[in-house]
Design a binder for this molecule. Sequence first.
Ligand SMILES: [Zn+2]
Ligand SMILES: [Zn+2]
Length: 412
Amino acid sequence: MLFRRLAFLCLLVLIQIVVCAEDYYKVLGVEKQATEKQLKSAYRQLSKRFHPDKNPGDETAHEKFVQVSEAYDILSDAETRQIYDRYGHDGVKQHKNGGGGGGGHDPFDLFSRFFGGHGHFGSSSREPRGQNLEVKVEIALRDFYNGATTEFQWNRQQICETCEGTGSADGQVETCSTCGGHGIRIVKQQLAPGMFQQMQMRCDACGGRGKSIKHKCPVCNGQRVERKPTTVTLKIQRGAGRESSVVYENEADESPDWVAGDLIVILTEKAPSPEDNPDNVDGVYFRRKGDDLYWTEVLSLREAWMGGWSRNITHLDSHVVRLGRTRGQVIQSGHVETVPGEGMPKWHEEGESAYHKHDFGNLYVTYQVILPDQMDETMENEFWSLWEKWRANKGVDLHTDSGRPAIVRDEL
Ligand SMILES: [Zn+2]
Ligand SMILES: [Zn+2]
């Protein structure tokens, strides 16, 4: 019995070791050759996903959060990364013990370097939050129809990487001597002889932060933040609504004083232009209203009246929609034809998947008949005599058809 229990304990210890020794690259889900940028982006994503504020009571998530930050901590430093690559976990451990100063790192500290604030976020925390930021991005109708992944850039306020948000060149931050670290000063003002008013003023020396820096960081000039172009990958889902938005949690401006607000990207529709349409796709000029599309097709007098025509309209994914009439089928100018299922894909949160296939709205085609404004003289003569021959007994009488009382008239 005792032996069994011991064996079980041994197994537990073994599992623990295995968990601890998880490969840092695997933890971050990157290749061994990953660039600094790739490491950063992996850390950004994973640390947010596993943050304890987002997974209350979930021990595995918490452990993952710690692992991810440990892995990033080691791999983001060129020296420790090299040691890790060569000697693995033990090498890093020895280096830390020998080099001193390294000590344990605080995963929340690292998190706050990326996302601002004090390493927490979520509705439960009382951390101050930065403002949400709205950005409008123009998307071509084709990308709304087919779905697309694109990128855009904006100048984002980021925590200065050089000083890691301290604003100090040497990492030294002292308590402000003017206000003693309170960030405020009490000013006594005399209102009348013997009568004073006490006022609280923001400390000018430290700007109300209670801390002062002797040697300002040269990159951010002591501001602790800098504006840098940031690239955001934007995924447009099939059938996404015009003016619909994509929310990037905590990706608005950063500051050490608050948790970054959300970046909200609003999808607007880009006006069609010939430059964006090298393949001459008709669909580029479709007009969208909700899930339906609209198109105007021009017909000649002969086509509208005699029938016997066809058109191939290239849709937004280049498939062909065929319109047409057989001989003898008349189309009135302004007639609207409904082509079922040729509108926009209807947006669905599961997208196109095993569980969901897209339904489509309708395509509405409005016909516009163009009368010839110039005619060959012989043609005009022939037409005229033809009309003369037939109009007396076969012509359409618009007045009679309108149902209004008869008047004396002799023309069609
Ligand atoms: Zn700086
Ligand atoms: Zn001060």
